[in-house]
Design a protein around this ligand. Sequence first.
Ligand code: AMP
Length: 546
Amino acid sequence: MTLLGLMQNTPLLIISLLKYAADYHGQREIVSVTGADKVHRYGYKQAYDRVCQLAHALAKLNIKSGDRVATLAANTHRHFELFYGVSGIGAVLHTVNPRLFDDQITYIVNHAQDRLLFLDPEFLPLLERLAPKLASLEAVVVLASREEIPETSLKNILCYEDFIAGHPQDYNWPVFDENLASSLCYTSGTTGDPKGVLYSHRSTVIHALGAAQKGAMSLGPQDCILPIAPMYHANAWAMPYIAPMVGAKLVLPGQKMEPAILEGLINRERVTFACAVPTVWTMMLEYLDKSGKTIDSLERTTIGGSAVPAAMISRFKEQYGVDVLHLWGMTEISPLGTLASPTPEIEELPQQKRAEILTRQGRAMYGLELKIVENDEMQKTDDGKQPGDLWVRGPWAAAGYYRLEQEKILDAEGWLPTGDVAVIDQYGYMKITDRTKDVIKSGGEWISSIDLENAACGHADVSQAAVIGVHHEKWEERPFMLVVPVAGASPVVGDIRKFLATKVAKWWLPDEIRIVETLPLTATGKIKKSALREEFKNFSLSGGKS
Ligand code: AMP
């Protein structure tokens, strides 16, 4: 006999997080940088009131459950309001990454069939270029007050402050199935067109609950959180959900991620916890060293998106008294997967061993399972020595991609391949050792090696091209290209670079291009990237992005 529990089956809906903060932490502040010198402040109660107004305004435009509403926006209070207003009425918040190429943004908005677009004034020139190709958009709302909207050739632009003004400051939020879609984020971390990860209310709330735990990020009302990781890349690592859930102060840094601005915010607002990719912190540490400034209020920072160098962790601790919490995640897992928080067992180890373990990507959060599988036989390995493919399973991991549901991405037991290669040590700490997906992550954003290779092969003198990611002091990884000329041709590196510049964005251009006679091949005649990666594993680049 099936015996069901006799407990209330309250659906886990995203709006409940903000409603809770409005009721119990109503005065706790959200600070938002909206312009060069403009800082906006209000409490969770006021934010909630405006979110209710936004919900009315969306309903007036007939935005319904399941409709996609796009944003092209930095971390600001207005973007935060959209996280709740859009999902709260049952519509889907589609955060578009403005750093992608025009073609990718066009593809993404059309693929998602977004009905509305909310954007920061800074992205108006981008929209002016793309608007004729974005057929599904019915209205565009600029996230600003009327005076802040610059001249634009676009017609029928709405102003956010006017859009929400005058609507009631309460809303009868619909109650629906917690499995309904809440937000959408496309990832270009695989090959081919970007793919949409469609989060649900349930996955989002459980993920936030898991991430806030003491053994994970350990966040509470005493904290002041600075999400530097953008809200358009995997929801700023869930900070817009976690902060109201735990009643923490939230500091949203806006468009400019310059170290001086971030340092000013940390000191002024007494930030205790921040999150960002390593590149942001490389620049920050350089700035602090040069300026002699300190960041005394900052107790901890979580760093991930790319491997965190051991030297960064020790510099943070020794020079600035900040504990680094290394994390690993991916858009497909909401995005948090593992965190290198110390267990009592690790605390007791000799300092050097402890530091070495905490440099790894960390232990799985409660709720997420990890397995390491040997490449060919799909045999599980747990000897702590042999790296293998990393697979994950859990309530905040993707089961498929939006409008690609026919493509099965899970194995028979529901595990998702990550495209990362890892090893799990005897203490349960996972360490990423390699990547099987053929992409390069530069300063937290993806570059497709295959697109670069195809672009290079379009050059009349190029027969074969291979691109691998090599270590870079500032950007963590940069593209490095090897080119085999067609027989009898003598291409010049500068010409190949110029040719590539007409095909790909400037920040994708390889930092180094080398002409070689041959490339290593596999038995089936494919370029053996693993051999190239091995050959150049100690190669390091420095200097600016080309
Ligand atoms: P994204 O979906 O853009 O967030 O990228 C996820 C991918 O970034 C992962 O599959 C890894 O390849 C890489 N990544 C994320 N965090 C780390 C980390 N701490 N160390 C190494 N690679 C990481």
